[in-house]
Design a protein around this ligand. Structure first.
Ligand code: AHM
Ligand code: MG
Length: 334
């Protein structure tokens, strides 16, 4: 077996292939495709600060190429990488109106996985050098292989996920993922272009002292959420808690998973289902949270039980340390 601190993501994927119930190597190839796309996008995101030198989005650069917005570029890179390697039969992206079918009409293609992706979440933070992330989620198709993928393949409840994860382009770049056997985090060594296992078996502390919510929307929140926020601020026991909100879901989630905390994007009087997308943002984060001993809820029940009705559906989202999520549910339901 490998020394833990020297284990690379590529080695880890192979070493864990056998532990995976449905092993055929296909999921491993898919995860390796995501690993590759992550490195490409990381390279682009890291260059974002050079905008005055190489030109802003919409400009034409020195080679006469049009500079693309990074979220559009990230979308293209992920789709291209997965398409080229013929490892999935369908992709849905937060950046695309409809799902994309990949050779699924060809009966020679036996690929059984579909991928849902938010290629660059929190991309409005790029201009100010704040961490952004990619979120991905993998399902097995429900329609037969060798036939065209349909909407039904994408509208599965989160509990059907085979794997999910995120890449955080931060002070260091990390890839964190689960295949249903716990959560592991890998840090990129940029000099070598290699991800190393740095955070084995990540666990959400059972409770925490951080609450993350856009408090500017307070006035629009349901009463239960307002009451919970006041509870967080009350001086009693281990409270008041600390407020930390980056406004970049991957970064807020990552910090809370390591330190203990809760992330909230409630519904409000101006957005009846909040802002976050069930398929591209909430389900993958919920799978990771639960695999790390945390919890994810819409305020009334588990996120991953919700049967999606449409690709870009939004849902109120409460995710983090188990006890904190249970507490906010109590407030919302009373
Ligand atoms: P995006 O998919 O348009 O990037 O929006 C998602 C982001 C999340 O990363 C973040 O948690 C949230 O939007 C912040 O929203 P707000 O600015 O309303 O607080
Ligand atoms: Mg997003």
């Amino acid at each position: 077996m490998f020394e833990k601190q020297h284990l690379t993501l590529g080695e880890f994927i192979i070493a864990n292939q056998d532990a995976f119930q449905y092993t055929s190597g296909e999921l491993s190839r898919l995860l390796n495709g995501i690993r590759l796309a992550a490195k490409v996008v990381n390279h682009e995101v890291n260059k974002a600060g050079l905008v005055d030198i190489i030109g802003a989005a919409g400009d034409t650069n020195i080679q006469g190429e049009n500079q693309q917005k990074l979220d559009v570029l990230a979308n293209e890179k992920f789709i291209q990488t997965l398409k080229n390697r013929e490892i999935v039969c369908g992709i849905a992206s937060e950046e695309e109106d409809d799902f994309i079918s990949i050779n699924s009409f060809d009966e020679n293609h036996q690929n059984k996985y579909i991928v849902l992706i938010d290629p660059l979440d929190g991309s409005s933070n790029i201009d100010v050098n704040v961490s952004v992330g990619t979120i991905f989620s993998i399902y097995r198709r429900v329609t037969p292989v060798g036939t065209p993928v349909t909407l039904e393949d994408f509208l599965q409840p989160g509990k059907n996920q085979i794997a999910a994860g995120y890449i955080i382009y931060g002070t260091s770049t990390m890839l964190v993922y689960t295949t249903g056997n716990g959560v592991n985090g890998f840090t990129l060594n940029p000099a070598l272009g290699t991800f190393y296992l740095s955070h084995p078996d990540m666990q959400y502390p059972e409770t925490g002292k951080i609450y993350s919510v856009n408090e500017g929307n307070y006035i629009h929140f349901p009463q239960g959420v307002k009451d919970y926020i006041k509870y967080c601020q009350m001086e009693e026991g281990d409270r008041p808690y600390t407020s930390r909100y980056i406004g970049s879901l991957v970064s807020d989630f990552h910090r809370n998973m390591i330190k203990g905390g809760i992330y909230m994007y409630p519904k409000s009087s101006v957005a009846e289902n909040g802002k976050l997308r069930l398929l591209y943002e909430c389900n993958p984060m919920a799978f990771l949270a639960e695999q790390a001993g945390g919890k994810a809820s819409d305020g009334f029940g588990p996120i991953m039980e919700i049967v999606p009705q449409e690709l870009h559906e939004r849902v109120p989202f409460f995710c983090g340390s188990k006890k904190m999520v249970e507490k906010v549910e109590e407030f919302i339901q009373s």
